[in-house]
Design a protein around this ligand. Structure first.
Ligand code: FES
Length: 165
């Protein structure tokens, strides 16, 4: 692995982590480090641009398309710019049966945006995702690593108020 003169570059601290992650895998298997390195990229830039994907491909010595296909497959990676808080909303059947559509409509109305959009103040982005594996506690949002479950309109108000501070 070589440090690249690309305009997109990890901070020195993250570059150390990148090297540690790559070292976990046998020679020639550096592609296995792709997911955690994409997480580091998203942590640094907030989303994963095509320039960032090219940079990661260069670091791992793989083809850019190998990064694109992974980054666009998993909804946990944001391949477009996002707001400070990304509300990942479960749109799968079990959550819908527990009132998810009503909660989702309420959220969109409250924020004045649709899925894939960001509020004008840059605070919130809504992203539709499939099952978040918390079906027994639906409707469910995920915001970063935190789950918000058994959602009601009142809980949505509390969450948005808290995150708007
Ligand atoms: S269906 Fe919503 S968490 Fe599984």
């Amino acid at each position: 692995m070589t440090d690249t003169p690309n305009t997109v570059a990890f901070t020195p601290e993250r570059l150390v982590k990148v090297k540690e992650i790559i070292a976990r895998y046998p020679e020639g298997r550096q592609k296995s480090a792709l997911l955690p390195i994409l997480h580091l990229a998203q942590e640094q830039w907030g989303w994963v641009s095509s320039e960032t994907m090219d940079y990661v491909a260069e670091i791992l010595n793989i083809k850019p398309v190998e990064v694109y296909e992974v980054a666009t497959f998993y909804t946990m990676y944001h391949v477009d710019p996002v707001g400070k808080h990304v509300i990942e909303y479960c749109r799968t059947g079990p959550c819908c049966l527990m009132g998810g559509e009503e909660i989702y409509n309420y959220l969109r109305q409250k924020l004045g945006i649709e899925a894939g959009q960001t509020t004008p103040d840059g605070l919130f982005t809504i992203k539709e995702v499939e099952c978040l594996a918390a079906c027994g506690w639906g409707p469910v949002f995920q915001i970063r690593e935190k789950y918000y479950m058994n959602l009601t309109k009142e809980k949505v108000d509390e969450i948005i108020d808290e995150l708007s501070k």
